[in-house]
Design a protein around this ligand. Structure first.
Ligand SMILES: *Cc1c(COP(=O)(O)O)cnc(C)c1O
Length: 382
């Protein structure tokens, strides 16, 4: 039997293949490849999609993050609040600027627990970085209120949340800056590396354009030490094509998520739930498989296989591939040893790392494939 991949990009390409190929040829023949009219048009269309005044195309999601803190003037001696259970790029966006990440535990929806933010705020706190993890928006009403009360900047990591809403408003339009990745496997993936920021502030948009191009607004006149983080014409053109299909792409993922929710019924697994007022675009469909008697160490971190690991192996043996997002929380990664966090510092984050598992989900997933995954999930026993 053919394996069911955890994520695959070929089906999404094939669905709109002719449009992508026509666009690619047009860009290749145009004689202009970096920062041109495709990028300009994309920035305008993407800002309109998200519901902000401006968007600036960049080379990656990580660049969007670190440049966001850079243009907000956040750096050495400053603290930024972020959830413990995120992809490490969120944290690197903070630390590349020599600012300090202050971790907050997630809630039952895997988003930052808004009720635990205020206890971490002090004189050094400058911003909150909200990650709309797995495609679901965080509790934005509460978080906006906290930012206002404490005069903090709000940055959103939307690398997994293209198109997801909170009270009808799109992620990426709540804060000072929204940071997007278009890495190929994201819901709105390009065909190479790409990223962007969104903002309503013309000065932040202007600064971002300066920073992405060696700190210059006028050629060979460099105002600041910037980066090379330009979006190229080919990716911008391909993203413009994808943007016209985002409504369908998102609707399909919502249906895939709903189908899993309806049919998975194994008491050993905990299905994800969605907060009132929020939507999920199911960048990942993440189950939790707790181990009786508490979350045991996982093989992914060098311990004994726990129930989640056994579940993963069982699915794999039946041709269903899965991934763990993420096995090692940033505060326990070797890269952040210097922050001095010890095991046990973030018990909820750490137990999630031992329990989460992401099922296959992708554009073009067939009902037969999803039924096979569901059958396997429901047949698992300890
Ligand atoms: C993918 C991702 C990023 C980084 O995006 P790149 O384009 O790979 O640099 C940042 N944050 C989160 C939550 C991500 O999933």
């Amino acid at each position: 039997m053919e394996k069911i991949m955890q994520g695959r990009m070929d089906r999404g390409f094939e669905r709109y293949q002719k449009e992508y190929e026509d666009k690619a040829i047009a860009v290749l023949r145009s004689g202009w490849y970096i920062l041109g009219k495709e990028v300009e048009a994309f920035e305008e269309e993407f800002a309109k999609y998200v519901g902000t005044k401006y968007s600036v195309g960049l080379a990656s999601g990580l660049d969007a993050l670190w440049l966001a803190f850079k243009v907000l003037g956040i750096g050495k001696g400053d603290e930024v609040i972020v959830q413990g259970n995120t992809y490490i790029a969120s944290v690197m966006g903070i630390t590349i600027n020599d600012a300090t990440p202050v971790f907050v535990e997630p809630d039952e929806y895997y988003q930052i627990d808004a009720d635990k933010i205020e206890e971490k705020i002090n004189d050094k706190t400058k911003a909150i970085l909200v990650v709309h993890l797995y495609g679901q928006t965080a509790n934005m009403a509460k978080i906006q209120e906290i930012c206002k009360k404490h005069n903090l900047k709000l940055v959103e990591d939307c690398a997994q949340s293209h198109g997801s809403l909170f009270n009808g408003q799109m992620s990426g339009s709540f804060g000072d800056i929204g940071c997007f990745s278009f890495y190929p496997s994201k819901n709105m993936g390009a065909y190479g590396d790409a990223g962007a920021i969104t903002t309503n502030d013309p000065e932040l948009a202007r600064l971002m354009k300066i920073y992405r191009n060696y700190g210059s607004e006028k050629r060979y006149y460099n105002m600041v030490v910037g980066a090379n983080s330009r979006l190229d014409e080919l990716q911008a053109g391909l993203l413009r094509v994808k943007l016209t299909h985002m409504e369908d792409i998102t609707k399909e993922r919502e249906q895939l998520g709903a189908y899993y929710a309806e049919h998975i019924n194994n008491p050993l697994v905990i299905k994800p739930s969605v907060r009132d007022g929020a939507t999920s675009v199911w960048h990942q469909y993440v189950l939790r498989v707790p181990t009786e008697g508490g979350a045991k160490d996982s093989v992914t971190t060098g311990g004994e296989p726990n129930t989640r690991d056994k579940f993963k192996t069982y699915l794999e043996e039946n041709g269903v591939m899965t991934l763990i997002h993420y096995p090692i929380p940033p505060h326990l990664s070797e890269a952040y040893e210097y922050l001095g966090h010890k095991k046990g510092a973030l018990p909820i984050t750490e137990s999630y790392a031992n329990e989460v598992i992401s099922l296959p989900i992708y554009t073009g997933m067939t009902k037969e494939e999803q039924d096979r995954v569901i059958e396997c999930v429901n047949a698992f026993r300890i």
